[in-house]
Write a protein that binds this ligand. Structure first.
Ligand SMILES: Nc1ncnc2c1ncn2[C@@H]1O[C@H](COP(=O)(O)OP(=O)(O)OP(=O)(O)O)[C@@H](O)[C@H]1O
Length: 124
């Protein structure tokens, strides 16, 4: 397999991963709706380049954590469906990563949008 074919296949596998996430994980839909809402707010309030960077970081971080969490869950389920202390710990750690990323994105959204939303209501 030449270099370009193998690189092309890597992209294909990555897109397959995104498809597994969007079709198989209900949480991913919630993240997507939250991301679209943040982008629409960003456009409406004409946020600065720096603010866009924080919003992008928050969105990407949540998706990366959800993807890794889903991968851990899938691997854990293949190893055993029976109770296993290590699988419990691994899955809980994956869930904790997603939770922290979601918390971070909420804090970022509040810091950026709350003052703008307040100003919006004071001017109408
Ligand atoms: N094989 C196992 N052994 C021990 N505990 C487990 C096992 N599988 C799941 N758990 C526990 O149940 C929790 C939920 O695991 P599960 O695989 O059902 O994730 P989920 O509910 O689909 O999570 P998410 O909502 O993030 O997709 C884990 O965090 C872990 O505490």
């Amino acid at each position: 397999m030449n270099y370009f074919t193998s690189r092309g296949k890597s992209f294909l596998y990555a897109f397959k991963g995104i498809k597994h996430l969007m079709l198989g994980e209900p949480n991913a839909l919630i993240h997507l709706i939250a991301a679209i809402t943040a982008v629409l707010f960003g456009i409406y309030f004409q946020i600065s380049t720096n603010e866009w960077l924080w919003i992008c970081l928050a969105i990407v971080l949540v998706f990366i954590c959800e993807i890794i969490n889903t991968a851990i869950e899938n691997l854990g389920d293949v190893i055993t469906k029976d109770y296993n202390k290590s699988i419990e710990k691994a899955k809980d750690l994956g869930a904790a990563a997603t939770f922290l990323a979601a918390l971070f994105s909420i804090v970022v959204a509040l810091i950026i949008f709350l003052p703008k939303i307040k100003a919006f209501f004071y001017t109408i």
